[in-house]
Structures are given as C-alpha cells and as structure tokens.
Design a protein around this ligand. Structure first.
Ligand SMILES: Nc1nc2c(ncn2[C@@H]2O[C@H](COP(=O)(O)OP(=O)(O)OP(=O)(O)O)[C@@H](O)[C@H]2O)c(=O)[nH]1
Ligand SMILES: [Mg+2]
Length: 336
C-alpha cells in the first residue's frame, strides 16, 4: 500500500498492528487515516510514538535545502530556552510565530515577550503572535506568509504541541476548498511525517512532526496527568506573598522552597487545574522522583519548569525547586 494517513502523514500499512500507520486490512482501501489517528480523534485514545532528535534534525536538513519560507511556531506558554537551535539548523527565511495567545491573560504585554525573544538574536524576518483557537491574527499571518514566501511551498516547524497542525487546519478552513483536516492533540508527537497540504493555487503548507524537547515535563508523565498539566484555557496567574522558610507545593509534582530573602511575591503561571498550597518548609514532603535545583534569583526573574509553566519572583531570593529528575528547570529574565 502506498498511501499516507491524511491525519498524521505516516505511510499506511496493514501488516503490523504494533507499528505506526496500521489500518485494518478490510478497510484499508477506503480508509484515509491510520488506526492511531482514528482512535485519537474519536475516542481520545492516545498511543505514544517515539521520535528521535535525529529524525527531527534530518527533517530540518531536508527543509533547509529547499530555501523555502519556514514558519517557526513556538508555544507562548512554553517558550523554550533552546529557541536558537532551529535557527542554527535552517538557512531558510524564518517567520517566528508565538502560538496560543489565548492561554495568557489579555493584560499581558506582548511587547515584553517579543523583547525576550529578541535576546536570542535569531535571524528572523518577522514575528507575530496568534491564537488558532480564537482566530486571533490568523489573517495577518496569512498575509505575512504570502508576502515573504519564496515559492508555493511554506514549511511549518516547531516543538511538538506548538500548535502547528491546529494552525494549518484553520488555514484549510479559512482559505481552502479542501476539507481534509489533520489530526491534532494535546499529547506529544501527533504528526508523524511531512504532510503537504495544498491550500490554494498559490500556497501549499507543509506540516512537520515536532521536536520532543529533552527535559520537557510532557516526557515524564502519563496521559491522565498531562491532561491536567497542559493548560487548555486562559491561565489565571496565582500570586503568593511569602516569607522565607515557606514552600509552595504544586500537587505532588513540584516543591518550591523559599530559603532566603525578604518578604516576597511569587506569581505562578500554570494550568488552572493544578492545585497549589503554601506551607511551612518541611523536608519530609516528597514530590515524585524529585531532584533538587538551587537558584539565586535576582529581582524580576522567572524560574521556568519546562512544559509546566513558570514562577515570577519579585525580589532577590534563594530558592530550591524539587521536581522529577528528568524535568529541566532554569531561570530567565521575567517575560511578563
Ligand atoms: N488554547 C489553545 N490551544 C491550542 C491552540 N492551538 C493549538 N492548541 C492546542 O495545542 C495542542 C497541540 O496542538 P497541535 O496542533 O496538535 O500541535 P502540533 O504542533 O501539530 O504537535 P505535533 O504534531 O505533536 O508536532 C492541541 O491540544 C491543540 O488543541 C491555540 O491557539 N490555543
Ligand atoms: Mg501536528
């Protein structure tokens, strides 16, 4: 069978149920999507697929050789400190798109976030924020793409879950007569291979599988917990006025100990579904597979827990963060 799944791009096959692209033999002639996409769409039933960093880099190399316009999508709620990597791997003209604007409060000043992005000194020709969910700035981005494209082909790249396929579905809906939609999901590695989607006579968008970033919390927990960890609605910042010698507990996932400093203000940007408690420091309280990270935080810095969110700290502080040993934690200049 030489047919690809219109949901995730993988080559369809009916021999090996345990492998990607499987579709039952009796329906393989008429089926357009693989069993995994079918289950994901209709039952919310997720099958984990592992994509290596190497496969991702191979795809970027392939794109780099085309010289075509690349739209680099970055989840506004999960801005990685490794933004620079894509820029290094691609020679193409790049538009940087911050996705999921609706997840951050309306009051957030985008300019400050743009300024933060600029500190990475990426070689980009334009930058914009969008929300596919709320149709925010989609027409503006479409125009930007049409202005900068080098040929009919435009590639969409970015980490897994950045919202690439969701954006393309909106392009199909808004600008195309083609009504075949791509599979999207809140879980990692949904799109499995390159997919060319002809939007109209002037534009073909190529969807790509996203990079599963090392250290991101999505790699460390199961489906049920990820549903809670990954925000779906506007995140309501939670501020705690705390003294040293207190802890903030984010469920049993993270313990933040405020070790040293004056009375301080910690604002948490996390999924609203995660419970937070402020308690006195108690080393007995354990979090799942914890590892300790110590930080000397300066005034106006964030501590980022990769994929989970971040904590904005107002005054100078010595802080210890306990979190799953595979999750990356780092500090940065505050983005809000
Ligand atoms: N709130 C909100 N959620 C969004 C938006 N765009 C995408 N999402 C959600 O983000 C999750 C990931 O979206 P996808 O479009 O599948 O992401 P992707 O970049 O294609 O992911 P991979 O195929 O794994 O690389 C899904 O749950 C989407 O519903 C948005 O504008 N706002
Ligand atoms: Mg996708």
């Amino acid at each position: 069978m030489n047919k690809r799944c219109s949901g995730c791009g993988v080559l369809l096959q009916y021999d090996k149920p345990e492998l990607e692209g499987y579709v039952e033999h009796n329906i393989c002639e008429k089926s357009k999507i693989c069993r995994r996409c079918f289950r994901l769409r209709f039952y919310g039933d997720y099958i984990f697929v592992n994509k290596s960093h190497e496969e991702y880099e191979n795809i970027l190399n392939q794109i780099s050789r085309t010289g075509d316009l690349v739209v680099y999508m970055v989840d506004m709620f999960d801005i990685s400190d490794e933004l620079i990597n894509v820029d290094n791997l691609l020679d193409n003209p790049l538009i940087l798109v911050l996705t999921k604007r609706d997840l951050l409060p309306k009051s957030v000043k985008e300019n400050k976030i743009f300024k933060h992005i600029k500190t990475y000194n990426l070689d980009i020709i334009d930058m914009i924020s969008i929300s596919s969910e709320k149709n925010y700035n989609l027409d503006k981005l479409y125009k930007m793409i049409m202005k900068h494209k080098k040929s009919n082909n435009v590639y969409i790249v970015g980490n897994t879950n950045a919202g690439k396929s969701s954006f393309i579905n909106k392009m199909i809906k808004n600008y195309s007569n083609n009504k075949v939609f791509i599979t999207t999901s809140m879980l990692p590695t949904t799109t499995l291979d390159l997919m060319e989607i002809k939007i109209n006579d002037k534009l073909t968008i190529v969807d790509t599988p996203g990079l599963v970033e090392e250290g991101n919390i999505v790699n460390s927990y199961d489906y049920m917990l990820l549903k809670k960890i990954l925000p779906k609605k506007e995140v309501k910042p939670r501020t705690y006025q705390i003294m040293s010698n207190s802890s903030l507990l984010i469920e049993d996932l993270v313990r933040v100990d405020y070790i040293e400093g004056e009375r301080n203000s910690f604002t948490l940007y996390l999924s609203n579904e995660l419970e937070v408690n402020s308690v006195k420091i108690n080393p007995i309280i354990k979090v799942r597979n914890f590892k300790r990270h110590s930080f000397e935080v300066n005034s106006g810095e964030d501590i980022v827990i990769s994929g989970l969110g971040w904590i904005k700290i107002v005054n100078k502080a010595v802080v210890e963060v306990f979190v799953n040993e595979n999750v990356k934690v780092y500090k940065r200049e505050s983005i809000i």
